[in-house]
Design a protein around this ligand. Structure first.
Ligand SMILES: [Zn+2]
Length: 334
């Protein structure tokens, strides 16, 4: 049995809950994944999560330094209180820190999953790789472009949290101010999420097909239910003009959103994660995004950033939750 300290990490999404045992180097030593209880009550959700945490603690193989939880939704950072999580509504108002510190007699830190993904990439992903290549990162912005669009900002190793831990919501920055811009889940219109998320790519494809654009597109031959973002990426790979045109829109929306990030945060690294990013990388579109940002950056120093895809893949939330544990413990010892 190892005597090295480990962190127990949790990544709680709308569909899955994942737990892991992770060491100081960010290596996953053990992990498990289970679906959330279907239509469960708050008590059922919490009992399920606590059972998974207890199992992870049993598999720790060394002293557990603390529990880190990455959760899908807004989290107040000092108490770890969940606020109106759109995909885990029954957990609204739950304060994870006090609840689990009591239950497990361990320090607990919770954070928004996209925020913690930024921590994961900074300490153990793309940021670490850059450091190993002699280019340590000072300020990293992470954006997940997936079913939705979220973000996180790490400055000199610490999360930039804002007053209530609600920073870096790049998905709800406006990229299209026109009155007929697409409506967003958040209640606004023209948000980056409505122009670049996987859900939006499918929505835009259907709208443009309904409008009779590009009747010869391969997408026009599909059943409407099969017109999803994957189909659009597949078609673009085969130079389908509608698919290419849709992805041109995704690229330009992301470039606008990230130009704003460059001017607001002055990052030296921007990391893109999520399924849509995987598709963009395959088509070499990150280069096109960077070119558009560089064309708008206000100074030569603003142009000094790396734009790269996430190094941690699906594990970014878990590793980020562990990074939060290590960073908080190190901070406590300063
Ligand atoms: Zn929005």
């Amino acid at each position: 049995m190892s005597t090295s300290q480990v962190a127990v990490a949790m990544d709680w999404g709308g569909t899955w809950i994942r737990t892991a045992v992770i060491n100081r180097q960010g290596d996953i030593l053990w992990q498990a994944r289970e679906p959330n209880p279907q239509n469960g009550t708050k008590e059922q959700y919490l009992a399920h999560a606590e059972r998974l945490l207890a199992t992870a603690i049993e598999h720790a193989g060394g002293p557990v330094a603390g529990i880190g939880a990455a959760v899908a939704g807004p989290v107040e950072p000092t108490t770890g209180t969940f606020y109106q999580p759109p995909n885990l509504k029954v957990l609204d108002g739950v304060s994870f820190n006090a609840l689990w510190e009591d239950k497990f007699s361990l320090p607990v830190w919770a954070g928004n999953d996209a925020n913690l993904a930024a921590m994961g990439e900074f300490y153990f992903g793309a940021g670490k790789q850059s450091e190993e290549q002699g280019q340590p990162v000072k300020s990293l912005f992470y954006a997940t472009v997936s079913t939705g669009v979220g973000g996180g900002a790490v400055d000199n190793g610490r999360l930039f949290l804002g007053a209530n831990g609600l920073t870096a919501e790049i998905g709800h920055t406006i990229v299209n101010p026109s009155g007929d811009a697409l409506s967003c889940e958040c209640g606004s219109r023209g948000c980056l999420e409505t122009a670049a998320s996987g859900t939006s790519i499918a929505r835009i494809a259907k709208l443009r097909l309904d409008a009779g654009e590009f009747p010869d597109s391969v997408l026009a031959g599909l059943e409407p239910d099969n017109v999803d973002s994957e189909a659009v990426f597949d078609a673009a790979q085969r130079h389908d003009p509608l698919a290419v045109s849709i992805l041109d829109g995704v690229v330009s929306a992301l470039a606008i959103g990230l130009t704003n990030v460059v001017h607001l945060f002055n990052p030296d690294m921007i990391v893109l994660g999520g399924g849509v990013t995987v598709g963009l990388v395959k088509l070499n579109l990150l280069t096109a995004i960077k070119k558009q940002i560089l064309g708008r950056a206000m100074s030569e120093l603003h142009k000094e950033f790396q734009l790269t895809s996430a190094a941690l893949g699906d594990s970014v939330g878990l590793v980020g939750a562990a990074a939060l544990v290590w960073q908080r413990l190190d901070k406590a010892q300063e």
